[in-house]
Design a protein. Structure first.
Length: 150
Protein backbone atom coordinates (compact mmCIF):
# COMPACT_ATOMS: atom_id res chain seq x y z
CA UNK A 1 0.00 0.00 0.00
CA UNK A 2 1.27 3.46 -0.86
CA UNK A 3 1.95 5.15 2.44
CA UNK A 4 1.09 8.56 0.99
CA UNK A 5 -2.28 7.82 -0.64
CA UNK A 6 -5.46 8.16 1.38
CA UNK A 7 -7.60 5.64 -0.52
CA UNK A 8 -10.91 6.38 1.26
CA UNK A 9 -10.52 10.10 0.50
CA UNK A 10 -9.57 9.35 -3.10
CA UNK A 11 -12.77 7.35 -3.57
CA UNK A 12 -14.94 9.92 -1.80
CA UNK A 13 -13.45 12.71 -3.91
CA UNK A 14 -14.92 11.07 -7.05
CA UNK A 15 -18.22 10.26 -5.28
CA UNK A 16 -17.54 6.55 -4.85
CA UNK A 17 -18.27 4.71 -1.63
CA UNK A 18 -15.06 3.44 -0.03
CA UNK A 19 -16.23 -0.18 0.12
CA UNK A 20 -13.82 -2.79 1.50
CA UNK A 21 -13.30 -4.41 -1.91
CA UNK A 22 -12.64 -1.11 -3.70
CA UNK A 23 -10.21 -0.13 -0.97
CA UNK A 24 -8.45 -3.50 -1.13
CA UNK A 25 -8.01 -3.28 -4.91
CA UNK A 26 -6.65 0.27 -4.67
CA UNK A 27 -4.25 -0.86 -1.93
CA UNK A 28 -3.02 -3.74 -4.10
CA UNK A 29 -2.49 -1.49 -7.12
CA UNK A 30 -0.92 1.32 -5.09
CA UNK A 31 1.29 -1.02 -3.12
CA UNK A 32 3.04 -2.56 -6.10
CA UNK A 33 6.07 -1.18 -7.88
CA UNK A 34 4.81 -2.43 -11.24
CA UNK A 35 1.48 -2.61 -13.05
CA UNK A 36 -0.53 -5.76 -12.39
CA UNK A 37 -2.87 -7.79 -14.54
CA UNK A 38 -6.47 -8.25 -13.41
CA UNK A 39 -5.59 -11.90 -12.80
CA UNK A 40 -2.71 -10.89 -10.49
CA UNK A 41 -5.03 -8.55 -8.60
CA UNK A 42 -7.68 -11.27 -8.33
CA UNK A 43 -5.16 -13.82 -7.01
CA UNK A 44 -3.80 -11.34 -4.46
CA UNK A 45 -7.16 -10.29 -3.06
CA UNK A 46 -8.56 -13.83 -3.19
CA UNK A 47 -5.84 -15.05 -0.77
CA UNK A 48 -7.48 -13.20 2.11
CA UNK A 49 -10.93 -12.13 0.91
CA UNK A 50 -13.37 -14.10 -1.17
CA UNK A 51 -14.15 -12.16 -4.31
CA UNK A 52 -15.66 -12.95 -7.67
CA UNK A 53 -13.41 -12.43 -10.71
CA UNK A 54 -16.16 -10.38 -12.41
CA UNK A 55 -16.29 -8.10 -9.37
CA UNK A 56 -12.58 -7.42 -9.73
CA UNK A 57 -13.05 -6.44 -13.39
CA UNK A 58 -16.03 -4.22 -12.55
CA UNK A 59 -14.13 -2.43 -9.78
CA UNK A 60 -11.11 -1.97 -12.05
CA UNK A 61 -13.35 -0.49 -14.75
CA UNK A 62 -14.92 1.83 -12.17
CA UNK A 63 -11.52 2.96 -10.87
CA UNK A 64 -10.28 3.63 -14.41
CA UNK A 65 -13.48 5.50 -15.38
CA UNK A 66 -13.06 7.73 -12.32
CA UNK A 67 -9.38 8.45 -12.91
CA UNK A 68 -8.04 6.58 -9.88
CA UNK A 69 -6.35 3.76 -11.79
CA UNK A 70 -4.96 3.53 -15.28
CA UNK A 71 -5.31 0.74 -17.78
CA UNK A 72 -1.98 0.05 -19.47
CA UNK A 73 -1.86 -1.84 -22.76
CA UNK A 74 0.27 -4.96 -22.93
CA UNK A 75 0.08 -5.07 -26.70
CA UNK A 76 -2.58 -7.76 -26.89
CA UNK A 77 -6.13 -7.88 -25.65
CA UNK A 78 -5.17 -7.80 -21.99
CA UNK A 79 -4.21 -4.88 -19.81
CA UNK A 80 -2.27 -4.18 -16.67
CA UNK A 81 -3.39 -1.72 -14.03
CA UNK A 82 -1.51 0.91 -12.07
CA UNK A 83 -2.29 4.02 -10.08
CA UNK A 84 -3.41 6.92 -12.23
CA UNK A 85 -1.13 9.94 -11.93
CA UNK A 86 -1.90 11.91 -8.78
CA UNK A 87 -0.03 13.97 -6.18
CA UNK A 88 1.96 10.90 -5.12
CA UNK A 89 2.28 9.03 -8.42
CA UNK A 90 3.90 10.90 -11.31
CA UNK A 91 3.05 10.04 -14.91
CA UNK A 92 5.73 7.67 -16.18
CA UNK A 93 6.52 5.32 -19.07
CA UNK A 94 6.43 1.54 -18.82
CA UNK A 95 8.65 -1.24 -20.16
CA UNK A 96 6.93 -4.34 -21.54
CA UNK A 97 8.91 -7.55 -22.08
CA UNK A 98 7.74 -9.16 -25.29
CA UNK A 99 9.11 -12.51 -24.17
CA UNK A 100 7.79 -13.05 -20.63
CA UNK A 101 4.99 -10.45 -20.62
CA UNK A 102 6.36 -8.66 -17.57
CA UNK A 103 5.79 -4.95 -17.20
CA UNK A 104 7.84 -2.50 -15.19
CA UNK A 105 7.48 1.15 -14.33
CA UNK A 106 10.27 3.34 -15.64
CA UNK A 107 11.57 6.43 -13.94
CA UNK A 108 9.48 9.47 -14.96
CA UNK A 109 12.66 11.25 -16.12
CA UNK A 110 13.88 8.30 -18.24
CA UNK A 111 11.60 9.14 -21.14
CA UNK A 112 9.46 12.24 -21.31
CA UNK A 113 6.83 13.44 -23.74
CA UNK A 114 6.18 17.14 -24.03
CA UNK A 115 2.49 17.45 -24.93
CA UNK A 116 2.70 21.22 -25.56
CA UNK A 117 3.73 20.96 -29.25
CA UNK A 118 1.12 18.25 -29.77
CA UNK A 119 -1.56 20.40 -28.17
CA UNK A 120 -0.64 23.27 -30.52
CA UNK A 121 -1.07 21.06 -33.60
CA UNK A 122 -3.87 18.71 -32.53
CA UNK A 123 -7.34 20.24 -32.89
CA UNK A 124 -8.94 18.13 -30.13
CA UNK A 125 -8.68 17.37 -26.43
CA UNK A 126 -5.94 15.08 -25.15
CA UNK A 127 -6.89 13.30 -21.93
CA UNK A 128 -3.83 11.15 -21.46
CA UNK A 129 -0.58 10.07 -23.06
CA UNK A 130 0.63 6.49 -22.64
CA UNK A 131 4.25 5.64 -23.32
CA UNK A 132 5.29 1.99 -23.45
CA UNK A 133 8.73 0.74 -24.40
CA UNK A 134 8.81 -2.85 -25.71
CA UNK A 135 11.81 -5.14 -25.62
CA UNK A 136 13.31 -8.06 -23.72
CA UNK A 137 13.89 -7.70 -19.99
CA UNK A 138 17.17 -8.41 -18.22
CA UNK A 139 15.89 -11.67 -16.72
CA UNK A 140 14.96 -13.05 -20.13
CA UNK A 141 18.31 -11.95 -21.59
CA UNK A 142 20.18 -13.68 -18.74
CA UNK A 143 18.12 -16.83 -19.29
CA UNK A 144 19.05 -16.74 -22.98
CA UNK A 145 22.74 -16.45 -22.11
CA UNK A 146 22.73 -19.25 -19.54
CA UNK A 147 20.80 -21.63 -21.79
CA UNK A 148 22.91 -20.95 -24.90
CA UNK A 149 25.15 -23.88 -25.88
CA UNK A 150 28.84 -23.30 -25.06
Amino acid sequence: MCRFCDYPKMLEKVDLQPTPKRLKILEIIGGNDKPLSAQDIFKTINRTDGINRVTVYRILDLLVENGLAERISTGGRSFNYGMAPNDHHSPHPHFYCTRCGGMECLNPESLTVDPVPLLRMFPGRIDSVEVRVDGICGNCLRTDQTSAPS
